[in-house]
Ligand binder design. Structure first.
Ligand code: SF4
Length: 215
């Protein structure tokens, strides 16, 4: 397998110190350049980046991600928020919507099963259902969640516990900005990074998974 250097392989992080004369080969800062990167920001992007930086500064090491989410939305002047959640996170969604409403936001939500479309629509047969004993299962509908929330005028959509791939579709179909409060990881108590923190013991499991899955 060929190895290609990238940021994750770079321990020095010269970009962080603005030491541009020391940039390694095949470095994004060297390849593209600061000016070209700056040109990628529209005025709206600049404003969002500004508010995100203020949110980061204000809450650094103090605010939870939920507090940061509310702070960022408030700074951006968003009045109406949308929650796209997994039905497995129904309890959490009910708590979240109460908190957001109590702080003055108008909030809409859409669960992943909205639309009540059977999995046969996406060519999933009974053998590939989660519960193989049921005649049918309802598919997750991330495209529908996202489009519904944006059609209702949500100015910022919050992903809560969507599965891998479903979150991808949600983001693709959402015309409003998206942020993630939580991903889905049924093994790691919905803290996917836990797998990285125990990488020493976990890596052998990853290798087994890759061998079993990809041969
Ligand atoms: S941008 Fe360049 S210096 Fe910064 S982490 Fe990536 S490779 Fe390293």
């Amino acid at each position: 397998m060929s190895f290609k250097f990238s940021c994750a392989d770079c321990a020095a992080k010269f970009c962080q110190q603005h030491e541009l004369d020391k940039l390694p080969p095949d470095c994004p800062t060297r390849n593209v350049g600061s000016e070209a990167f700056k040109a990628m920001y529209s005025d709206a992007d600049m404003q969002m980046a500004h508010m995100a930086a203020l949110t980061e500064c204000d809450g650094y090491g103090v605010h939870t991600r939920l507090e940061d989410t509310m702070g960022f939305a408030h700074r951006m002047g968003y009045k109406k928020l949308g929650i796209g959640f997994c039905t497995g996170f129904s309890r959490e969604a009910a708590i979240l919507i109460k908190i957001l409403r109590s702080t003055g936001f108008e909030v809409e939500s859409a669960c992943c099963k909205c639309g009540s479309v059977k999995k046969e629509f996406i060519d999933i047969d009974q053998q590939h259902q989660i519960n193989k004993n049921r005649d049918f299962e309802i598919m997750c509908n991330p495209a529908g969640q996202a489009e519904y929330l944006t059609s209702r005028g949500c100015e910022l959509c919050i992903i809560l516990g969507l599965c891998v791939g479903h979150d991808t579709l949600f983001i693709r179909h959402c015309n409003a900005p998206v942020t993630v409060l939580s991903g889905k990881d049924r093994v790691m108590a919905h803290n996917p990074i836990g797998a990285l923190y125990q990488a020493d013991s976990y890596l052998s499991r990853v290798h087994t998974f890759i061998k079993d899955t990809f041969g």
